[in-house]
Design a protein around this ligand. Structure first.
Ligand code: G3P
Ligand code: CA
Length: 243
């Protein structure tokens, strides 16, 4: 079996409401060896797993995460928008995910969503939660906010960081080395063989997002990517089993 890490993007979000415990569990059932999730911070400083800064799209209610108390956020229904089958699914806390993941062998790709909201102190809180469960070696902290990745690396040199980007970067493997990151997390269409080759030679992993087409998965595996981020871990599992 290929060693490429199969990251379920927001959990198995092609099958379940994104960033819910049911989506994370389904990811594992469908062959994921990693979970990607989005971390935001409530008004009272709780770390919650939701992609958007607002609760509107996935709960139908109004409000910004940064302006809501965690009790209010935890009462929301994050499943019904997807299907009535998932009515009552909650927005999980980071603690809830980590408590569950600690009993698995999953790699955790925690995306800090602090590129729009500043979320002061978020890095310390995430690192504390990871360390409290001894999950440092199984965690990658990623962000589009690269200053935040530098902050994480200063606080926790032992936890890997991944640089998220959408537009092409020049020599991203050099940039990763400059900011102490261990991984590139690019939009997959920026990925080319020479980038993965240079990154691998520099000891930098390539974990592109978000790939749902099996043919493109195969291309990225052939390039030498260390991980693939997908809404359909079952499709990637099938591709990996055939390699
Ligand atoms: O981690 C990769 C990917 O999740 C970044 O984009 O918008 O899906 O969080 P987005
Ligand atoms: Ca994400």
């Amino acid at each position: 079996m290929n060693s490429v890490i199969n990251y379920a993007h927001r959990g198995a979000s092609g099958h379940c409401p994104e960033n819910t415990m049911v989506a994370f569990r389904r990811g594992l059932e469908l062959g994921a060896t990693g979970i990607e999730t989005d971390v935001q911070m409530s008004k009272d400083g709780a770390l919650v797993l939701i992609h958007d800064e607002s609760v509107q799209r996935t709960t139908g209610q109004h409000g910004e995460i940064s302006q809501l108390h965690s009790d209010e956020i935890r009462r929301l229904d994050a499943g019904s928008w997807y299907s009535q089958e998932f009515a009552g699914e909650r927005i999980p806390t980071l603690d809830e995910l980590l408590d569950w993941a600690a009993s698995t062998e999953l790699t955790l790709n925690l995306e800090l969503k602090n590129n729009i909201e500043p979320y002061t102190g978020m890095e310390e809180k995430v690192i504390e939660a990871v360390r409290a469960r001894g999950l440092e070696e199984r965690t990658i902290i990623s962000s589009f906010n690269h200053y935040s990745l530098v902050t994480c690396k200063r606080i926790a040199p032992e936890i890997r960081t991944g640089i998220l980007y959408v537009e092409n970067l020049v020599d991203p493997w050099n940039y990763a080395r400059n900011i102490g990151a261990e991984a590139l997390h690019p939009y997959h269409l920026t990925m080319e063989s020479f980038i993965v080759r240079h990154a691998n030679a520099a000891g930098i992993m390539s974990n592109p997002f978000t790939i749902n087409d099996p043919e493109r998965m195969q291309q990225l595996i052939d390039m030498g990517c260390a991980g693939i981020i997908t809404d359909y871990p079952d499709r990637l599992d099938e591709v990996l089993r055939s390699v």
